[in-house]
Design a protein around this ligand. Structure first.
Ligand code: ASP
Length: 404
C-alpha cells in the first residue's frame, strides 16, 4: 500500500470527532514528509533528517493549536446556545399583608375571601409587570399600592390609629442592584407612602425623611396631599377605642395595642413585597400605619432599612412584618441577607434562624417574606398566621393565611 493511501485509510478508520481537525494539517504534513523522505534518500548529505524532524514538529504543533482553539470556542458557543435555547430568565415576587394571631376560628368566610382576593389582585399586578420585563422596584411599589388602597391592611387607607386618633404612616424601599434606599416616616397626608419612599430614593440626596418635612418634599415633587380624614375607617377607629378601653382597664399594653376587631384578636397588618426581575435585580418595599395606639411619634421597623426592608442583588430581598421594636433590635431583614452573604446559608435557613430563633429569643414576634437572587422564595413567621402570597415565572400562585 502506498504511504498516502495508508494515511487516508487510517484517518477514515479513526474518524474520531477531534481528529477531523487534524485531517488537513496531518495529510499536508505527511505529504511533505513523504516528499522529504524521497529527497532524503537522494540527498543524504544535505542533512535532510534534521529538516524532516523540524517539519514534523512544526505541523504537529500547528495542528494541536488549531484543535485547542476550535474546541474551546466550540464549548463557549455551545454553552451560550444552550442558555438562550433553554434558560428563560427567571423572575417572581412574594408579598405579605401582615402577621399576627390570625386564626381560622376568628375569621368569617367572606372576610377570608376578601383577603385572598386582594392578595391575588395585588400579586397579579406585580407579576404582570415582571412578566413584561418591568423592574423589580416597579413591581414592588405597584403591588404595594393595591394593598395600601385597601382598608383590609394596616397601610395607606387601612392604617391604624395613634393614641391621638391620627394616622401616621411609614414606608421604605430598597434597590438590590445599587443598594440605594428611600424611606418616609410619620407622614399623615400621603395616600401611598411607598411612592414617596421611592421618590426620596430617586430624587433626593437623602434616605429617610420624616413628618412635615417629608410632606413638604412630596409637594415639591408634585405629590397630591390628601386630607388626613382619608385614612379614617370605622373598624380601625373602633379598634383604637377598644385598645384604649383595655388600657384603662390596665390590661397589658403590649398585647392590647395590636387588638383588631376584624378578627377579634391582636394582629399586625403591615404590607410588603419582595421581587426579582428578569434582569436579576432584586427590590423590596414595606408600608404600614404602625401599631394601634402608638404615641410620641413612635417609629417601627417598616421604614428602617435593614430592619423592615432590605435588598441586595448578591443575596436576597426581604420585607418584614411584626412587632417593630424587636425587628429593629434584631435588624431582621439585613440579618437574613448577611447570614446568606457571610455564612453561605440558603435563604430558607437564614430566615428560619432569624424568625424562629433570634426574634422570639428577644421576646418579639412576626414574620418576613423574601426572594433570593435565584428566585427561591420563603415566607417565614412565628405567629399564628400571616397574610401572604407568592407567584413564580410560570405563573404558579400560592396564597396563605394560617399556619399550614
Ligand atoms: N412592623 C410594624 C410596626 O411595628 C407593624 C406591622 O408589621 O404590622 O410598625
Amino acid at each position: 500500500m502506498h504511504l498516502n493511501e495508508f494515511i487516508v485509510h487510517f484517518i477514515d478508520v479513526f474518524n474520531i470527532y477531534h481528529l477531523k481537525f487534524l485531517q488537513v494539517q496531518t495529510l499536508l504534513a505527511l505529504y511533505i514528509c513523504g516528499i522529504c523522505g524521497i529527497f532524503k534518500i537522494q540527498y543524504k548529505k544535505l542533512h535532510m533528517n534534521r529538516i524532516l524532524t523540524l517539519l514534523i514538529v512544526f505541523f504537529v504543533l500547528f495542528s494541536c493549536d488549531n484543535v485547542k482553539k476550535t474546541t474551546s470556542e466550540g464549548s463557549i458557543s455551545e454553552h451560550k446556545t444552550e442558555k438562550s435555547d433553554t434558560e428563560e430568565p427567571t423572575f417572581g415576587l412574594v408579598i405579605h399583608g401582615g402577621a399576627g394571631t390570625i386564626l381560622k376560628k376568628n375569621m368569617s368566610d367572606s372576610l377570608e375571601n376578601a383577603y385572598k382576593q386582594k392578595l391575588e389582585e395585588a400579586i397579579r399586578v406585580g407579576h404582570e409587570i415582571l412578566k413584561n420585563g418591568g423592574t423589580a422596584m416597579e413591581a414592588v411599589t405597584k403591588t404595594i399600592n393595591i394593598m395600601e388602597d385597601s382598608p383590609l391592611f394596616n397601610a395607606g387607607k387601612g392604617a391604624v390609629f395613634t393614641h391621638e386618633e391620627t394616622n401616621e404612616l411609614d414606608a421604605s424601599v430598597m434597590d438590590g442592584a445599587t443598594l440605594n434606599a428611600g424611606a418616609v416616616t410619620g407622614v399623615t397626608r400621603i395616600k401611598n407612602p411607598i411612592d414617596l419612599a421611592l421618590e426620596v430614593m430617586n430624587n433626593s440626596p437623602h434616605v429617610m425623611l420624616a413628618g412635615e418635612g417629608a410632606e413638604i418634599f412630596a409637594q415639591e415633587k408634585g405629590f397630591e396631599l390628601v386630607d388626613p380624614y382619608y385614612f379614617y375607617t370605622e373598624n380601625r377607629f373602633q379598634s383604637l377605642q377598644r385598645v384604649k378601653q383595655k388600657e384603662s382597664n390596665s390590661i397589658s399594653s403590649s398585647s392590647s395595642s395590636t387588638f383588631d376587631p376584624y378578627i377579634k384578636d391582636s394582629k399586625f397588618g403591615t404590607v410588603g413585597c419582595a421581587a426579582l426581575d428578569k434582569n436579576g435585580n432584586l427590590a423590596a418595599g414595606t408600608s404600614t400605619g404602625g401599631m394601634t395606639n402608638k404615641r410620641w411619634n413612635r417609629i417601627g421597623d417598616a421604614p428602617i432599612i435593614g430592619a423592615g426592608t432590605y435588598a441586595n442583588n448578591a443575596t436576597c430581598a426581604v420585607s418584614s412584618t411584626g412587632w417593630g421594636e424587636y425587628f429593629i433590635r434584631a435588624m431582621v431583614a439585613h440579618d437574613i441577607s448577611a447570614m446568606m452573604e457571610y455564612k453561605g446559608v440558603s435563604l430558607k435557613e437564614a430566615a428560619k434562624e432569624v424568625i424562629q430563633e433570634k426574634v422570639p429569643n428577644l421576646g418579639g414576634n412576626g414574620g418576613i417574606v423574601a426572594i433570593d437572587k435565584d428566585g427561591n422564595v420563603t415566607m417565614e413567621f412565628n405567629t399564628a398566621g400571616m397574610y401572604r402570597a407568592h407567584m413564580n415565572a410560570e405563573g404558579e400562585l400560592v396564597i396563605g393565611i394560617y399556619k399550614d
